[in-house]
Design a protein around this ligand. Sequence first.
Ligand SMILES: *Cc1c(COP(=O)(O)O)cnc(C)c1O
Length: 368
Amino acid sequence: MNFAEFAPDYIRSIAPYQPGKPISELARELGLDEANIIKLASNENPLGISPLAKQAIADAMAEAALYPDGNAFELKQVICAKFGVSAAQIVPGNGSNDVLEIAARAFLAPGVEAVYSQHAFAVYPLVTQATGASGISVPAKNFGHDLHEMRAAVTTKTRVLFIANPNNPTGTLLEKLALHDFLRDLPEHVLVVLDEAYDEYLPDDKKSDSIAWLREFDNLIVTRTLSKAYGLAGLRVGFALAHPAVADMMNRVRQPFNVNSLAQAAAIAALKDDDFVRRSRDLNDAGMRQITDGLSQLGLRYIPSFGNFVSFYVANAAAVNQKLLQRGVIVRPIFAYEMPDWLRVSIGLPQENARFLEAMQAILAEGN
Ligand SMILES: *Cc1c(COP(=O)(O)O)cnc(C)c1O
């Protein structure tokens, strides 16, 4: 029996997502000691988890036999206070990937279209294809979103348009004025999912006014995550902010208990831990300088990045990646992003960044 035949064509044609290799997997594969492996492959927070969030999880553990609050009341209160939105505008997610998928399921179907950029976050085509809608990939400009061409790709069938700002894996950032003009000129039947997973790493003058724009544009969906600067990637918490009518549709397809109780408790604490986010950003700024200076010294070209990662060019990226793995350094090949000659490295602790650069130096000296 070929069960694949029972899946619709649009499901069978989905290319599986390629996650960063876990440390335990590399240790098993190459017989390395886990303690000697560093993972700079998934844009995780090198500071770990906020101490306040850690304590909140410990406190919440006693209630783990009970279902979580499906309405995430307290988490929503914290988000309301922090962002000045109403609870009806919030869609909590099991990571922001979940809210991206929820947006797709709520508004896409066979016969309609979603627009996204070449080299943009891989989850946009994945969640689009899973609904049977057509995904329109618009060629990138200087590795970033080409807003002019994205506007031109919008048709009467377009229902959702995804923008990652900054984008992963290229780290490119759109000017906020250009982004605002783009939103203003877009027809209202297109919902814009503005994915700001790396917003906390931006200097204040580069941050968009997305939260204020929610009052101006009923068709705007802003997504945020606790996985990066807040350090909760393993717990899976994110959320979308949107017009109440849009959030209402999204909440109808959301699984009622999609954010578990430990994750809710951790997120409530983490969102209040401004000091931790500041330290994460400062560490990232310094690490970004360390890595980009190091790449320059090695003569490697990179794309200036506004995230907690940077993509750099190497001929035969697959071979270099393999050699990095042998040296216990996990980075991310991004061939699935139509960037077969590039690798993406996440910014780590100073000693991790140094180890990555030393490994690259040794590999290049071997003649790669
Ligand atoms: C990491 C990342 C996310 C966050 O995903 P989670 O599901 O919240 O962990 C979202 N969007 C982009 C562009 C990312 O790089």
